[in-house]
Design a protein around this ligand. Sequence first.
Ligand SMILES: Cc1ncc(COP(=O)(O)O)c(C=O)c1O
Length: 401
Amino acid sequence: MSITSNRVRAAAYSFEPIRQFYFYSRYADRRGDPDICDFTFGNPHEMPLPGLVEAIRHYAVPHNKDWFAYRASEPEPQTFMAERLSQELSLSFEPADIALTNGAMAAIAVAFRLLLDPGEEAIFSLPAWFCYEPMLLAADAVPRTVRLRGDRFDLDLSAIEAAISPRTRLVIINTPHNPTGRIYSRDQLTDLADLLNRASERIGRRIFLLSDEPYRRIRFDNHDFTSPAAVYPWTVVAYSYGKVLLAPGQRLGYLALSPLMPSSDKQALQSSLFAAQMALGWCFPNAVMQYALPDLEGLSIDMHALSAKRAWMTEALERAGYEVLRPEGTFYLFCKCPGGDGGRFWDALAGRDVFVMPGSVMGVPDHFRISLTASEPMIERSLPVFAEVAQAICDARQPAA
Ligand SMILES: Cc1ncc(COP(=O)(O)O)c(C=O)c1O
């Protein structure tokens, strides 16, 4: 008999591939070594944005005796955020629609606690960020997965429809999508909304949508963005500043309720947000990050430099024979492993000090993900290695003459 709870054991089982990778793999042995090219996680490889440092420094100095008192979702940042989000998404948010959280992960945990009872089902599409499943299991909910469709990893609406059961309470959509970089169009999201309306009627219970949008502002070529909150009223949005500021360790984000939600449902959620955040163990941002929010809102990583890295790596990898899915958003490149054997390919790169995120931790073992948060010298050093490893795999597959 185990002394840990069933729910934590289920979450631990689900997290195991990423835990093994992070703590016990060849990558773990080399993590932090300046001689490697580390394209694994979306971590910074250069100094932080000066504006971020200035804001934290400024607001870390107490202005009064209450400066570091308990801070839940405070009215000033809520009001500020409601106004800015209304402009950004062309919707009319009110302050009570915004729950400030310590990042998107906390926003997602709050959404699960708010909407899902034990045994209820949440559907998401694979490949996916590796935390949805363990977080659902830790909330005593049941993850149901479907596959994204085709070489471009489109939403498969028929698969989502087929996965809906009388116990379905939530569908999770991540746009821009990690790891594929896809952004779902307004038309696709409208079709999804129609489907969820029909399915909710059929099962006699409202299905909610969680729109996980932490990469919302990281888009290439002025790509359009529609939030599901604008097309499906029963949407809750999770957001994080960790991506746009490239400072995932400084936890700041929010959960926002769609202003289109019928007022009785919206009021029920609004009035439960505080309880959900408290009961989960203080899912609020720390005081300094709340004060700094207005200063941080306008800051962003250098999108011009990120676009240049995307073009540089995509073109070089394609020239070397890789199949690369050119991302519409996020800071990732999603590629097929040459030769199709993900493990062998990953080992060959690791043997040359180049580390990528294996697709096996995201449900696609024949793919890998590159984080474009890498520095330019890392990219420069790695490109000949990518080319030589692909060539070696190709040579090994040629039949002997
Ligand atoms: C799709 C997705 N959702 C949520 C998160 C969590 O973001 P944060 O760590 O900033 O809370 C991440 C982080 O990698 C992510 O990729």
